[in-house]
Write a protein that binds this ligand. Structure first.
Ligand SMILES: Cc1cc2nc3c(=O)[nH]c(=O)nc-3n(C[C@H](O)[C@H](O)[C@H](O)COP(=O)(O)OP(=O)(O)OC[C@H]3O[C@@H](n4cnc5c(N)ncnc54)[C@H](O)[C@@H]3O)c2cc1C
Length: 389
């Protein structure tokens, strides 16, 4: 027997869960298939994300933001960025006329809140833990078989299953992956000096070190490092790793101490030629991956979720959610932003990844010049905040 749905979302990460919650006010019948056990498991994600004001609004509209523990959210009121030869630039929310530049949110807390909402949502059926074994399409819909043999049919399948998307591979959409040969080392650190809501970033020696403010005078460290060096750093005892971090950040935040496990993630950029086909849409990292130095990966994914949810919510009941014309509208609306971010973060990664002294002088001078141009700085901040200049 087939279980029939209007929308089948494969992958219940932040993008997939965000889409399903975004469809709460529709009459659509939704299935969410997630391989990893969610709920308590989600809390184990130690990453902290910089959530843009545009996505804070989206999550507020979904009543997710209001329910996050206050001790999992920190407002960023300023950002200080340093080059490797005296370059420096700072951004402040005040200067740009914003309440906050962004919010740092613990990934696990956000995921857990989205899942708590999904579990209560009347038009959602969760298949978890569960994965898909087969996927095929015909003129009237898609047919999926789950690992336990259950058979599902849907009018639209959404691949929200991350950068190595099974759905994308299964339908033969080619992904062009640029591996940076870098690893992000992620850890939570305690600092002895108050961070006052400032996010810090250092571009030093071909690496990018970010310290993002967390509650209770902690910071989330994301240190993007060439693979070979990352292996050495990951082999160190936590105290020694922190000592290496302090060689870069000095006493900007006072003495730092490890405050949790260290994890690591390979860094890559990934592009696809198509994000929609008849009865299929890709969202989140399944559709695009960017270097985390921009702090925008999940911001892109949540915006995909919002745009697709809005498009499906606006459809009259007689329209088919898997219609290509509907999906093309989503693809058009989301064509520019991921590409622009991939281009700029890739260029920044290349600009700061080289040790060429001429390029080093250029990038540090560029930073200092931008620092003296308030109009450009405000435009950059507004773009980061809302996705628009
Ligand atoms: C070190 C690091 C730091 C980052 N920092 C930031 C930041 O500050 N700000 C930011 O915006 N972004 C950041 N990012 C990027 C961010 O992590 C990703 O963009 C985000 O996780 C993508 O979400 P997603 O829901 O698209 O995919 P994922 O988080 O990968 O979720 C995909 C889900 O699909 C499930 N799944 C996979 N295959 C299947 C299958 N076959 N069947 C069923 N389920 C399946 C997985 O279990 C998973 O839950 C960072 C990334 C890294 C590596």
């Amino acid at each position: 027997m087939n279980l029939d749905f209007d929308v089948i979302v494969v992958g219940g990460g932040l993008a997939g869960a965000g889409l399903a919650v975004g469809l709460r006010a529709t009459g659509l019948k939704i299935a969410v298939i997630e391989a990893n056990e969610q709920g308590a498991g989600a809390r184990r994600d130690t990453r902290a994300y910089a959530i843009s004001p545009a996505n804070q609004k989206f999550l507020s509209a979904l009543s997710i933001w209001q329910h996050l523990d206050t001790d999992s959210v920190t407002g960023v009121c300023a950002m200080r960025v340093f080059g490797d030869a005296g370059g420096a630039i700072s951004f402040s929310a005040d200067e740009a006329g914003l309440a906050q530049l962004a919010w740092i949110v613990e990934a696990g807390a956000l995921q857990a809140e989205l899942w708590a909402t999904l579990k209560r949502q009347h038009n959602v059926t969760l298949f978890n833990p569960q994965s898909v074994s087969t996927l095929s399409f015909d003129h009237s819909g898609a047919a999926l078989t789950l690992a336990d043999g259950q058979r599902l049919r849907g009018r639209l399948v959404v691949g929200a299953d991350g950068v190595k998307s099974w759905v994308r591979e299964r339908v033969g959409i080619e992904a062009r992956v640029t591996a940076y040969g870098e690893t992000a080392i992620v850890a939570s650190l305690r600092c002895s000096r108050a961070h006052r809501g400032v996010a810090w970033q250092w571009f030093v020696d071909g690496t990018v070190l970010a310290l993002l403010p967390l509650p209770d005078n902690h910071v989330s460290m994301v240190w993007s490092v060439p693979d070979e060096r990352a292996n050495e750093l990951l082999a160190l005892e936590p105290d020694w790793l922190v000592a290496r971090v302090m060689e870069i950040c000095g006493d900007a935040l006072g003495a730092l101490a490890p405050a949790g496990p260290t994890t690591s993630f390979p860094l890559r950029m990934m592009r696809v030629e198509e994000v929609v086909r008849p009865r299929l849409a890709l969202i989140g990292d399944a559709a695009h991956a960017v270097h985390p130095l921009s702090g925008h990966g999940i911001n892109l994914g949540l915006q995909d979720a919002q745009v697709l949810a809005d498009a499906l919510t606006a459809l009259p009941a007689w329209r088919d959610p898997g219609e290509l014309a509907v999906l093309r509208g989503y693809a058009r609306a989301r064509a520019e932003e991921p590409l622009l971010l991939q281009f700029t973060t890739h260029a920044l990664q290349r600009l700061f990844g080289t040790r060429n002294p001429f390029v080093s002088a250029l990038r540090n001078t560029g930073m200092n010049l931008t620092e003296r141009l308030p109009v450009i700085k405000s435009a950059l901040v507004r773009y980061a905040a809302g996705g628009r200049f």
